[in-house]
Design a protein around this ligand. Structure first.
Ligand SMILES: [Zn+2]
Length: 108
């Protein structure tokens, strides 16, 4: 059985029970200050709003500064990261259900 990433899930079997090794996923995140520092002389044109619309450079900078004013240090690279901690923890990690490749629960 393969998950979303083509990683084989191992099953160990003995006479009394089966043990499945669960696949996990951790979403990437980006440090807001690093974006602002690294794109000082370049356009920030890779950030989407909640509706999937790409933000222009000026709007993206205003949004990043607004998030920083709320104490956020990280932004998630995924829209479906449940339990994301923008204050520094990032993605809590998720277990993938091997039956249908969905997130089995929100945190490890
Ligand atoms: Zn996540």
């Amino acid at each position: 059985m393969k998950n979303l990433f083509g990683i084989s899930l191992l099953s160990l079997a003995n006479t009394e029970s089966k043990i499945k090794i669960m696949a996990t996923i951790v979403h990437l995140s980006v440090n807001i200050q690093r974006i602002l520092d690294n794109y000082r002389n370049k356009k920030i044109n890779f950030i989407q709003d909640d509706n999937g619309k790409m933000l222009g450079d000026k709007v993206a900078r205003v949004e990043l500064k607004f998030l920083q004013s709320k104490g956020h240090k990280l932004i998630s690279c995924s829209n479906d990261c449940i339990g994301f901690d923008p204050f520094g923890g990032g993605c809590p990690g998720h277990i993938i259900n091997p039956e249908n490749n969905t997130l089995l629960n929100s945190t490890l």
